[in-house]
Design a binder for this molecule. Structure first.
Ligand SMILES: Nc1ncnc2c1ncn2[C@@H]1O[C@H](COP(=O)(O)OP(=O)(O)O)[C@@H](O)[C@H]1O
Ligand SMILES: [Mg+2]
Length: 342
């Protein structure tokens, strides 16, 4: 049985995808789950949040080992096969598959494999390539006994993200309160449906059961309103206008049924959370290389900042629990899976 994959996706940049994956990976491990975070953005911002420059340099320059996502899949660009991914342990229940700026060069290999996977024969390699992210993530998750895999992707609708989404069971969509975010959301629903449909056709074309393939479920499990991505100069009225359009656009574009859309995100069952602007906690966390909810007075979190640290803990814990509930992961479901592995 495969480990569930949750991806944070929006083809607009700056909406807080990377920050969410980083903080939620810590929060899931904090509340007792084992997490594998996979950085599938060639910008590797997620990896840089966990690791310092010296560690990054070592990973990227080590010659032989499969120290990054790209190193693990690189043999597929020649005649080789996937390598076992090297995982970095960030905390006892939190491991990562590091990102790599070189990942961008995999885009062409993926694009070529896409039509080839609909051919009549020689399907092994194209399917190996198209499912490479999923294979690497599952291998890594199995090795550390992960309960959940979190994936961060870059802001585009290219072949890398298509493969990342094919590898995803669940998709959560962070949204900023502006025209660009809403416009992006209008494209997201049709894009997910098209990728899901085209992958299904490919699964139907896959006969020899040489290896397992991801199901390409990519079920949308809701959106997250990101208050930080509002330009400060904007009047409050404009903010409310965009916020209150989110339920309608989400239900219409992503769920294709707007009858249940509420008037505001606060009343909408698909809204997973409204995350506040954490302001100076963010640079403080980056500096200390910690999630903001672990900041201490020694990191500068004193006075009102200490209160904000506590609030961020509560906000992110609530969001983590909401996500688990949507995915259907409970402590008892984990126990069942654990026993079936024995
Ligand atoms: N809740 C938040 N409060 C304040 N700043 C945030 C918050 N979430 C993200 N940011 C900041 O916004 C910027 C964009 O976030 P990031 O996670 O990199 O977005 P994306 O991955 O979608 O491009 C970063 O500088 C990040 O530190
Ligand atoms: Mg990012």
């Amino acid at each position: 049985m495969s480990v569930p994959v949750l991806t944070f996706f929006n083809n607009k940049g700056g909406v807080g995808k990377t920050s969410l994956v980083y903080h939620l990976s810590w929060m899931f491990s904090e509340i007792g789950f084992t997490v594998l975070a996979v950085d599938l953005d060639a910008q590797a911002n997620l990896t840089a949040a966990y690791l310092d420059e010296d560690q990054l340099e070592r990973l990227w320059n080590e010659s032989s080992d499969s120290t990054t996502i790209y190193r693990a899949i690189e043999p597929l660009t020649q005649v080789g096969d996937l390598k076992e991914p090297h995982l970095v342990e960030v905390a006892p229940q939190l491991h990562i598959v590091p990102g790599d700026v070189a990942l961008a060069s995999f885009e062409d290999t993926l694009s070529e494999a896409w039509p080839a996977s609909m051919a009549d024969s020689n399907l092994y390699r194209p399917f190996r390539i198209l499912s490479a992210f999923w294979q690497v993530a599952q291998k890594g998750a199995e090795r550390v006994g992960a309960d959940i895999i979190l994936v961060d992707v870059g802001p585009n609708l290219g072949a890398i993200n298509r493969s990342a989404l094919i590898a995803s069971d669940y998709v959560a969509i962070p949204l900023g309160a502006d025209l660009f975010s809403l416009q992006g959301l209008k494209n997201l629903g049709p894009t997910l449906r098209s990728w899901r449909g085209s992958w299904k056709k490919r699964l139907d074309n896959w006969k020899p059961p040489d290896f397992e393939l991801p199901r390409g479920k990519m079920s949308p499990i809701g959106y997250i309103v990101q208050q930080h991505s509002v330009r400060l100069s904007r009047p409050v009225k404009a903010y409310d206008k965009w916020i209150n359009r989110m339920p309608g656009v989400y239900h219409d574009s992503v769920l294709q049924n707007s009858t249940n859309a509420a008037a505001t995100p606060q009343e909408d069952s698909e809204c997973l959370a409204t995350l506040r602007h954490y302001r100076s906690l963010i640079p403080m966390g980056q500096e200390a290389r910690k999630p903001i909810f672990h900041l201490t007075p020694a990191d500068g979190a004193i006075g009102s900042h200490a209160q904000a640290v506590k609030e961020s803990y509560d906000d992110l814990k609530r969001l983590a629990e909401r996500l688990l509930e949507k995915i259907g992961i409970t402590k008892s479901s984990l126990l069942t899976r654990f026993q079936s592995r024995q």
